[in-house]
Design a protein around this ligand. Structure first.
Ligand code: 4AD
Ligand code: MG
Length: 465
């Protein structure tokens, strides 16, 4: 008994070692057959494919096979054999079946029929057991691994930036407060305001919107670092591209200017796409078949072309001449909306686009100011289907200019003293960017809603599970 060990279905289908005695554990997807023979398709999540288990009905106790409904968890001991049937090369001839956990067909929500993605969001605790979310979770895993591999191979160090912070990196005020004060009767100051001196940290704190500011302290010491962690935005955007909790990859590099920054962004995105094409083809093919005919072609296309590099002002000129109306006005000084970004990428250039030199008033305080006094060395990378996938910039390394901008924007200098000191002592030109992990997952998977590329989406009015 003990010399047998459990094999994962992915390895079984790859190795096809017929005549071998093995143990398989997983969840029943379907059962069919008659009173002589039963075919049970089981899946263990290691790969999108099922393994077919063949059981001689008379060999088993009736109640065992009766309970093999969709969702049941079982262990099967048996011999692997070539399959005469269509659809699989090998099958498992069962000698022994053990039931771990039944799933009552009256109440188990994931019956055979296809379910809408909307319905699956309501059962996010069970949706990993579907082919779609199995594929999504595996893609997220491989993509995360590839990110660490890419940076490690390039000599970047992974820096753990804090989740709880006392500063607002993007200066947009879209933060979730972290507090232990009693919401019903918080301590008050003499002038009736909440007294955060009494709070856990003795000051106002929030969940981070970006690890960048702390990441810069690492770059200005270790030269090249990256963070990859959860970030939080309390923006009330109910769109298919916004989450309140999402993951971000943020490299930060000393001695990189905006052009080096663009080179790195393009190289990283292409590396990751290539990695996924090389390692996740089974899942990509499944997603392509189910959701997006053009998926693999689009991934190949991005690999085959240089990204377009141009400036914001040029983009505005192009949009003004566009042969289609936009919902939001196009005007120098206004931020680009996703409809504008997608026009540039999908209709005009028909390639990913890297836009730099945005008006300073629509970008964050830390971006390097250009000599024109109007624009900053911002970088946005725009992708087909997604729009903005990366936001970044060369950073303002001049102490006085940075401090001036902080004052101009009425940002709390007292919270940013340490950030300013990185410019006071041994400052250096440096750059970085943030790649939205779930935005990139949308692109890689062909899914249309960001709620369907993260295990447990957090969006306005939704934090179930
Ligand atoms: O453009 P953003 O706001 O840039 C920053 O946070 C910089 N501090 C990054 C840096 O330079 N280190 O956000 C970066 C990226 C966006 O391009 C987008 O891909 C993603 O993060 N993003 C979101 N993804 C999902 N839901 C949201 N609400 C997002 N907000 C931004
Ligand atoms: Mg941005």
């Amino acid at each position: 008994m003990k010399e047998l060990y459990r094999k994962k279905i992915r390895d079984i289908l790859e190795q096809k070692e017929t005549e071998k005695e093995i143990i398989v554990k997983g969840w029943v997807r379907t059962k069919r057959g008659n009173n002589k023979i039963a075919f049970i398709a089981i899946n263990d999540g290691s790969i999108v494919h099922n393994l077919q288990v063949v059981a001689d009905v008379p060999k088993f106790k009736e109640e065992i096979l009766e309970k093999m409904s969709t969702g049941t968890c079982i262990e099967v001991r048996g011999k692997l054999a070539e399959s005469p049937g269509k659809g699989q090369e090998v099958e498992l001839h069962a000698d022994e079946i053990t039931l771990y956990g039944p799933a009552d067909p009256e109440t188990y929500p994931l019956q055979k029929k296809g379910h809408s993605l909307e319905f699956l969001r309501e059962i996010a605790h069970l949706r990993p057991r579907t082919n779609t979310f199995g594929a999504i979770l595996r893609l997220r895993h491989h993509l995360s691994y590839a990110i660490h591999k890419y940076f490690n191979d390039k000599g970047f160090y992974y820096m753990h930036t804090p989740i709880i912070t006392g500063s607002d990196c993007e200066g947009a005020g879209e933060m979730f407060r972290v507090t232990t004060l009693d919401p019903k009767s918080p301590p008050l100051t003499k002038d009736g305001k909440v007294d955060f001196n009494e709070d856990f940290f003795g000051k106002e704190t929030n969940l981070t919107v970006s690890g960048q500011l702390e990441g810069e302290t690492g770059a200005l010491a270790l030269s090249t670092i990256y963070t990859f962690g959860p970030t939080f935005r309390a923006e009330n955007s109910n769109t298919p591209r916004h989450l309140a909790e999402f993951w971000m990859i943020e490299p930060e590099m000393a001695f990189y200017d905006i052009h080096d920054n663009m080179d790195l962004a393009e190289d990283l995105l292409k590396y990751l796409i290539r990695y996924i094409l090389d390692h996740c083809m089974t899942d990509l093919e499944f997603l392509q078949k189910m959701y997006d005919d053009g998926l693999i072609e689009r991934l190949d296309f991005v690999l085959a072309h240089d990204f377009v590099r141009t400036v914001y002002s040029e983009a505005i000129e192009i949009l003004k001449k566009a042969d289609q109306p936009f919902e939001f006005p196009v005007e120098w000084g206004k931020d680009l909306q996703s409809e504008h970004e997608r026009y540039l990428v999908e209709k005009h250039f028909r390639k990913p686009v890297m836009l730099t030199d945005y008006p300073k008033d629509i970008k964050a305080f830390y971006m390097k100011q250009n000599d024109d006094g109007l624009t900053v060395r911002a970088l946005d990378v725009l992708f087909p289907k997604i729009g903005e996938i990366i936001g970044g910039s060369q950073r303002e390394e001049n102490y006085e200019k940075l401090r001036q901008r902080i004052l101009e924007l009425n940002l709390p200098e007292k919270d940013l003293w340490w950030y300013l000191e990185t410019r006071k002592f041994g400052t250096a030109p440096h750059s970085g960017f943030g790649l939205g992990f779930e935005r990139f997952m949308l692109f890689i998977s062909g899914m249309n809603n960001i709620r369907d590329v993260i295990p447990f989406p957090r969006t306005p009015n939704n934090a179930e599970f």
